[in-house]
Design a protein around this ligand. Structure first.
Ligand code: NAP
Ligand code: GDD
Length: 331
């Protein structure tokens, strides 16, 4: 019999890729959609008609209880969050409500519906919880045992989500796992994140639709992988006999300048500097300077490994945006 999955964050990047993966495995897929007139509903309905949408909001426990009672999922993937680090400084209280307490709302919904033994739970934890400081960074990169030191309201909220998930695993025996995922990107990435902002601007510059891009801090380094690879790891976590926490990462780190270099090369520009202006509006009150993950545990236990490398990722994103922007009439 096919399994049933409930995915929060279905309209986001990872929701898209995970739904695609679970559909290929024959799952019955329910996606949580929020708001009366969510403009992204129509995209999901058109592109992923196999997803059944159910109205709920992470800040509304009753709606989550309703979603679980109605769909009776074997697996819940909690991908919903206020996920933009810069935005979390502007709206820290909402971030705490959604990204932090929202996780508790789902776990309580699992408990109150008596689903502790019948439902497996995935929490989208993040490398932002490590903070990228020298004192807590192991030589081979952050692993599952590294110290946390979040540097943003988002990171702090995610740390709450991480620990409350572990607490419900230990207290109530829920098969609950946390994927500590390092940055993963792709053509489905929101335009507000730096990689997609760059790939899209590069395509538009090539097509004469804009002449420069405004960015904040160009020095930070990230362990960037492809989102399509990472959702496979999420699924594998929930197929294990025992729940656990796993880092998913590439084990490589690159700066934003490295990303710019490769992205502009795709359109034949060797020197990207004349096309980039720095704008303090995109700087953050506290920065995560460097993230590097150590995915050894996931590779050994889950048999997971990223397939797309850094240059393949940049190429994929720029080529996608060149196609997309060519199709949209000049604006
Ligand atoms: P994303 O594209 O920003 O998607 C976030 C999703 O959360 C959207 O579907 C959004 O729905 C939903 N959402 C926001 N507030 C909600 C609420 N109150 N109730 C219900 N849904 C709500 O994020 P992503 O890149 O796919 O990431 C998925 C998850 O992984 C997030 O939790 C993120 O923090 C975490 N993560 C991501 C990365 C990464 O590099 N991508 C790395 C580590 C961890 P609307 O359409 O209604 O806004
Ligand atoms: N968004 C953005 N926009 N970031 C910029 C810009 C800009 O114009 N200019 C420089 N940056 C820098 C940020 O300061 C940060 O150091 C880096 O680019 C990456 O920023 P984002 O792409 O916004 O991603 P993030 O690393 O802060 O957060 C993402 O990855 C986390 C995992 O480490 C998000 O997906 C989080 O949800 C996720 O948890």
């Amino acid at each position: 019999m096919s399994k049933t999955a409930l995915i929060t964050g279905i309209t986001g990047q990872d929701g898209y890729h995970l739904a695609e993966l679970l559909n290929s495995k024959g799952y019955d897929i329910h996606g949580v959609i929020r708001g009366q007139q969510n403009p992204k509903r129509i995209r999901v309905e058109r592109e992923q008609p196999y997803v059944k949408l159910i109205e709920a909001d992470l800040t509304d426990p009753s709606s989550l209880i309703r979603a679980i009672t109605t769909t009776k999922p074997d697996e819940i993937y909690n991908l919903a969050a206020i996920s933009h680090v810069g935005y979390s400084f502007k709206d820290p209280i909402l971030t705490a409500e959604v990204t932090g307490k929202g996780v508790l709302n789902i776990l309580e919904a699992i408990r109150l519906t008596g689903s502790e033994k019948s439902t497996r739970f995935y929490q989208a934890s993040t490398s932002e919880m490590f903070g990228g400081l020298d004192y807590n960074r192991p030589g081979k990169g952050y692993d599952e045992n590294a110290l946390f030191h979040p540097r943003s309201p988002y990171g702090v909220a995610k740390l709450y989500g991480h620990w409350i998930t572990k607490n419900y695993r230990e207290s109530y025996g829920i098969h609950a796992s946390c994927g500590i995922l390092f940055n993963h990107e792709g053509p489905r990435r929101g335009l507000e994140f730096v990689t997609r902002k760059i790939s899209n601007a590069v395509a538009r510059i090539h097509l004469g639709k804009q002449n420069h891009i405004e960015l904040g801090n160009l020095d930070p380094k990230r362990d960037w992988g492809y989102a399509g690879d990472y959702v496979e790891g999420m699924w594998r976590m929930l197929q294990q006999d025992k729940p656990g926490d796993y880092v998913l990462a590439t084990g490589e780190t690159h700066s934003i300048q490295d990303f710019l270099e490769l992205a502009f090369k795709e359109i034949g520009i060797a020197d990207w500097k004349p096309y980039v202006k720095q704008n303090p509006a995109f700087m953050r009150p506290a920065e995560v300077d460097i993230l590097l993950g150590n995915p050894e545990k996931a590779e050994k236990v889950l048999g997971w490994k990223r397939k797309v490398d850094f240059s393949g990722l940049v190429k994929m994103m720029v080529q996608h945006d060149l196609e997309l922007e060519s199709e949209i009439s000049l604006t």
